[in-house]
Design a protein around this ligand. Structure first.
Ligand code: ZN
Length: 229
């Protein structure tokens, strides 16, 4: 379902070509490094099979929205509107680490299951492949482009902190200074009304989020080896 949604999204939006655009090239570079950090992390834990179905793809899409997302299966999209807030590669790495953690840790799947139960649909069996309209609708509410504030919030703050925590570790492993997460989230806080739905939906307050990030920092720094330029 993610692959179909992803293909549809790309066909309906303006994808910036990475062969002629430095920002699109940067999105691809940062994304690939984060993906390989995650692969290393999971393999070392003997959980490499979690990523076996992943076919990574990183696209920059021309849109004012301050947003980025990763679908299960490794399809990642960054909106050009995010880049003035990230301002540097390390901050983009923090965002991609966060979004990819949501996908890999199955956060969306958890929320989908809850959505299916809430809609009176069985979670087991082949319903996910049946093209059921209600299921499609839930999918669109949980993932990426159509993600909305609302429904399934109980676990989401916990998921947000988990994504922040591992996102920091993965960006450090990928060679990016995790300390950039703090000024990035301060800039996000200042960008006010422009916050993306995904961040809005869960909104640990900006101060809480930054305090939590500080508490993960020593651990993340243990993984940090700067990339050679
Ligand atoms: Zn998140």
């Amino acid at each position: 379902m993610a692959l179909t949604e992803h293909r549809t999204f790309l066909s309906q939006n303006k994808v910036v070509s990475s062969s002629e655009n430095r920002d699109a090239e940067m999105v691809r570079r940062v994304g690939s490094r984060i993906a390989s950090a995650i692969t290393t992390y999971y393999s070392k834990q003997g959980k490499g099979d979690i990523l076996s179905g992943y076919q990574w793809e990183f696209n920059l899409v021309d849109s004012k929205e301050v947003n980025a997302w990763c679908m299960p299966g490794g399809k990642v999209v960054v909106y050009t509107g995010l880049l003035p807030v990230t301002q540097n590669e390390a901050a983009l790495a923090v965002v991609l680490g966060h979004e990819i953690t949501h996908a890999v840790a199955g956060h969306g799947n958890e929320r989908m299951s809850q959505g299916m139960v809430a809609q009176g649909l069985g979670v087991a069996g082949n319903i996910l492949t049946s093209g059921n309209a209600k299921v499609n609708n839930i999918f669109n509410n949980v993932y990426g482009p159509g993600a909305q504030v609302g429904v399934l919030l109980p676990n989401s703050r916990k998921q947000e902190y988990e994504a922040d925590h591992f996102g920091l570790i993965f960006s450090a492993m990928a060679g990016y200074n995790p300390r950039e997460a703090i000024p990035f989230w301060q800039r996000m806080a200042q960008s006010g009304g422009q916050k993306p739905p995904e961040f809005l939906a869960t909104h640990p307050s900006d101060e809480n989020r930054i305090a939590q990030l500080q508490s993960y920092m020593d651990e993340a720094l243990k993984y940090y080896k700067p990339v050679k330029k």
